[in-house]
Design a protein around this ligand. Structure first.
Ligand code: SAM
Ligand code: SF4
Length: 435
């Protein structure tokens, strides 16, 4: 039996795909990259913006044709899109056999055994597979929680992934140890808002800890002691990114000085309409604390251009904030209205052309800033985790600050010291150097 798993979306989906792959291997499946050769195709989907939904839809159309042509093909639609009415309509239209929401992927084995199956449950207890460590990989993901309790007005995630549930710390540490024993050198702890790990239900900055759970700051220290040389985490929410977490990063040598702190907008008016729970001043205070306690930290962000009602002045505030923070990197998006979210229901969209113009300005400015930020590494020695070859005569990896780095020679996978010789907006370049 042969299966193909196609993954759209974020690192959490990649982690889920890895879990599902292990379960399918246990059922005797081998894996192919072409659906023409597959008996089963599982499409693991993202619904955060319109684009990934369109991609899934195109693929489902092709799969339906393939199934009509030869029969004997089982189609699975899982993940965020499957959870939504939009996905369930597509499932019906394209003759999908198995539909599982993100909280129900542990049902993949019974689903395949039955052939036709659907589940969209969210269990209160975090019931999910602990996947075996990846073979031969130097980097790995580790999910520490699921769901989100925030209600950002543009975001579909609370509807697709349900409320926050934290995974017990002993399970996380056990999985981290297994990754270390398998030779993993860098682990990324995953969650929609990892800073809320182990907190009572709700939102806001002052939630109590759940009985028996450490705080995220303490969890970082615990994972830091496992012995994996690099520990990262994604994603943080500014409202929960407190001084204790900054201190834990400072105290724990394994934790990389790389912080992804999405701001979304630099305008207080827009932040309010987005229901982000902080304002510009609060956000800038967090950045100030990071820079004070963690010198040389790489800071990246997410920004949405053209949120409904965003004026030229609001957008200028975002550009101003970007320059003030001097981000090392950013993921920048055009606002995409998602069915059923408060922003899509209550606010009027900005014309597409305006959104595109704003995004273009933002991207151009971010390139300038990143180029400048990257220059400060030239002449310094950095630690690079080499993952594999690049163009002829070079290999490639990334620094503790997550800068993609191209290095002369063909070093084996693992950590090396590299002298940075020059920098572009996208890359650092260097040569190996003894410590
Ligand atoms: N939980 C994280 C957070 O709060 O930043 C990330 C969640 S989301 C999967 C990743 C990013 O997608 C968000 O930070 C936001 O910038 C972007 N995003 C979410 N919904 C969007 C929408 N409707 N249109 C455009 N971008 C969106
Ligand atoms: Fe979406 Fe906001 Fe939750 Fe992030 S914090 S997943 S943007 S609702």
């Amino acid at each position: 039996m042969r299966a193909q798993i196609v993954t759209f979306g974020c690192q959490m989906n990649e982690y889920d795909t890895h879990s599902i792959q292990s379960e399918l291997a246990g059922l005797g499946y081998s894996f192919v990259d072409d659906y023409h050769e597959a008996d089963l195709v599982v499409v693991n989907t993202c619904a955060v913006r319109g684009k990934p939904v369109e991609k899934a839809q195109t693929l489902l159309g092709e799969l339906r044709k393939e199934k009509q042509r030869r029969g004997g093909l089982t189609i699975g639609l899982i993940g965020c899109l499957a959870q939504l009415p939009e996905g369930q309509r597509l499932g019906k239209k394209f003759g999908v056999d198995i539909m599982l929401g993100p909280g129900a992927i542990t049902k993949i084995v019974p689903a395949i055994e039955r052939g036709r199956f659907q589940s969209f449950e969210f269990e209160r207890e975090l019931n999910f597979y602990t996947p075996p460590p990846p073979t031969g990989a130097v980097t790995a993901h580790l999910t520490i929680m699921r769901g989100c309790n925030h209600r950002c007005t543009y975001c579909i995630v609370p509807a697709t992934r349900g409320p926050e549930v934290s995974r017990p710390a002993e399970d996380i540490i056990k999985e981290a140890r297994a990754l270390k024993d398998a030779g993993v050198v860098e682990v990324t702890l995953l969650g929609q808002n990892v800073n809320s790990y182990g907190l009572e239900p709700g939102t806001g900055a002052r939630r109590a800890h759940l009985d028996g759970y450490p705080s995220f700051a303490d969890l970082l220290r615990m994972v830091g002691r496992v012995g994996i040389p690099r520990v990262r985490f994604l994603t943080s929410h500014p409202i929960n990114f407190d001084d204790e977490i900054i201190q834990a990063i400072a105290d724990t040598p394994a934790v990389c000085r790389f912080i992804h702190l999405p701001v979304q907008s630099g305008s207080d008016r827009v932040l309010k309409r987005m229901a982000r729970e902080y304002n510009r001043e609060y956000y800038l205070d967090r950045i100030k604390r990071i820079r004070e306690l963690l010198p040389d930290t790489t800071i990246s962000t997410d920004i949405i251009a053209g949120f409904p009602g965003e004026t030229d002045e609001d957008f200028e505030e975002t550009l101003k904030l970007y320059r003030e923070v001097q981000y090392d990197a950013a993921y920048m998006f055009i606002y995409s209205a998602r069915e059923g979210t408060p922003a899509a229901v209550h606010f009027e969209d900005v014309p597409r052309q305006v959104k595109v113009e704003r995004l273009t300005r933002l991207v151009n400015m971010s390139k300038e800033v990143t180029h400048l930020r990257n220059q400060r590494w030239v002449g310094r020695t950095v630690e690079v985790l080499i993952k594999g070859p690049a163009e002829e005569g070079f290999c490639q990896g990334h620094t503790r600050g997550n800068h993609v780095t191209v290095v002369e020679g063909s070093l084996e996978a693992g950590i090396h010291h590299v002298e940075v010789t020059h920098a572009t907006p996208n890359r650092l370049y260097g040569r190996p150097t003894p410590i």
